[in-house]
Design a protein around this ligand. Structure first.
Ligand code: NAD
Ligand code: UGA
Length: 462
């Protein structure tokens, strides 16, 4: 029993974002015997979690929330009392790239995480297990343990690392059926005991053989490494897409051919206008910073090149547009199909569409942005861009009078549009630049479009 409640355990998560909300909803839905509370300093976010209009768009999430909300899942702004009640506290606050001081532009900004830790120490009246859910630099647990255990109340805090591997857009499925759950602990008696508590929580729905336990440093470093490897695959295929365009090789065929080698595998080989999302760039740069800190400059340089290729891919996308549209796009209307960093999310953090829009604006184009879920975030991202940007829900309207369409996000919607109708309403010659290779290139070419896919020969009428 947790305190005076009928629950077996009281679990708290600090940070109700893209990770905290979905992960806790999953635990609560799978484990009615636990009381799961999610707190945040952002009252609007908490209010949204308590409504049917959740603060993030994630397929299937509302159904999961509805299973448990009010039963054993609670969203609250009451941080201190909930800390006091909880035995296990997940910390899932944001850890963005530092924008100031030492390590600016690379190191992780740990201020939110540290503030949380200090608050836990201040208000706690009993021992607790603190779980690092946020992505953190390797060896953060040591610093946290020092802060947490420097209390005069005699409370003991055991720090575990339990990084999250969900991807946005598939969070519900990823949480229900993860490839693995990773739990790192100190290999001391209290560390192993705390680890067992967390294993027991996940074992409610995840087979034991998929719950991987390691030392705390391996768990912290594995998270950064996983994201670095995933991003590296995208930069690798994107770098080859540039070569395909020069040599008449086809990136789809190359990806298929190499992906059939079981040592390489077929996933994460889709060429794109560049990877986005809040984490790939931030986590790689964090890895780079850590390597530099330890004097491993060659290793740092190796990983930094993954980000450099991603910037190259975004830049060359606009360079191609400019070149083939007769070296000027000033005053031309460019319709962006999609603004989210990937399909099935409204999240636009680090979306390649942001950089592309800014480059197009530098060329004095008018950018018409369309996206089924991300327009609100797009407006925030581009708040400083006065004039030159229009936001239009309907893609047919967005493309009206446009000189070119650029596909930024692989929403299914864009595969299924009536491109004949779109073509008829565009300026001629009409161009389409497919930054995701999702539309039927030959078919659009036959309609009259000049088609520029990624990593494939262009189909043009001149
Ligand atoms: P987010 O910005 O969506 O959410 C973080 C939340 O923490 C915010 O709502 C913020 O208000 C809250 N917060 C900050 N300081 C607080 C405090 N002192 N007390 C209470 N609440 C506080 O971030 P996110 O995308 O959920 O990411 C969280 C962490 O998880 C990051 O370290 C990220 O790298 C990692 N991660 C993210 C994803 C993802 O898909 N977004 C996946 C895996 C791991
Ligand atoms: C990624 C990881 O996949 C998660 O395991 C991790 O937990 C998460 O980062 C995190 O730490 O935040 P996410 O960024 O949500 O998840 O989405 P991904 O599916 O990985 O896509 C990232 C970016 O790569 C998107 O812009 C996507 O369009 C792009 N991408 C992905 C490609 O360009 N090509 C591909 O083949 C795959």
């Amino acid at each position: 029993m947790a305190g005076d409640t009928p629950f077996k355990r009281s679990i708290l998560c600090i940070g109700a974002g893209y990770v905290g909300g979905p992960t806790m909803a999953a635990i609560a839905a799978k484990c009615p015997q636990y009381k799961v509370t999610v707190v945040d300093i952002n009252a609007d976010r908490i209010a949204a979690w308590n409504s049917d209009n959740l603060p993030i768009f994630e397929p299937g999430l509302l159904d999961v929330v509805k299973i448990a909300r009010g039963r054993n899942l609670f969203f609250s702004t009451e941080i201190d009392t909930n800390i006091q009640e909880a035995e296990v506290i997940f910390v899932s606050v944001n850890t963005p790239t530092k924008t100031f001081g030492a390590g600016a532009g690379k190191a992780a900004d740990l201020q939110y995480w540290e503030k949380t830790a200090r608050n836990i120490v201040k208000v706690s009246q009993s021992d607790k297990i603190i779980v690092e859910k946020s992505t953190l630099p390797v060896r953060t647990a040591r610093a946290m343990e020092r802060i947490l255990n420097a209390n005069e109340k005699g409370n003991h805090f055991e720090v575990l690392s339990n990084p999250e591997f969900l991807a946005e857009g598939t969070a519900v499925e990823d949480l229900n059926n993860p490839d693995r759950v990773l739990i790192g602990s100190q290999e001391t008696e209290s560390g192993l005991k705390a680890r067992e508590v967390l294993v027991e929580i996940y074992a409610n729905w995840i087979p034991r053989e998929r719950i991987l336990t390691t030392n705390v440093w391996s768990a912290e470093l594995s998270k950064l490494t996983a994201n670095a490897f995933l991003a590296q695959r995208i930069s690798s295929i994107n770098s080859i897409s540039a070569l395909c365009e020069k040599t008449e090789a086809n990136i789809g065929e190359v990806a298929r051919a190499i992906g059939m080698d079981s040592r390489i595998g077929s996933r994460f080989l889709r060429a794109s206008v560049g990877f986005g999302g809040s984490c790939f760039k931030k986590d790689i740069l964090n890895l780079v910073y850590i390597c530099e800190h330890y004097g491993l400059h060659d290793v740092a340089q190796y990983w930094e090149s993954v980000v450099a290729i991603n910037d190259f891919q975004k830049r060359r996308f606009v360079e191609t547009m400019l070149r083939v549209m007769f070296n000027t796009i000033a005053g031309k209307r460019i319709a962006l199909f999609g603004f989210a960093f990937k399909a099935d999310t409204g999240d636009t953090r680090e979306s390649p569409a942001i950089a592309i829009t800014r480059q197009l604006l530098e060329e004095r184009a008018t950018v018409v942005i369309s996206d089924p879920e991300a327009l609100a975030n797009a407006k925030i991202d581009l708040a400083d861009c006065e004039g030159g940007v229009e936001y239009v829900d309907d893609p047919y309207e967005a493309a009206k009078g446009a000189h070119a369409i650029a596909v930024m996000t692989e929403w299914d919607l864009y595969r299924e549009l009536d491109y004949r109708k779109i073509y008829d309403n565009m300026e001629k010659p009409a161009f389409v630049f497919d930054g995701r290779n999702i539309i039927e290139h030959q078919k659009l070419y036959e309609m009259g479009f000049n088609v520029f896919p990624l990593g494939k020969s262009a189909l043009k009428h001149f």
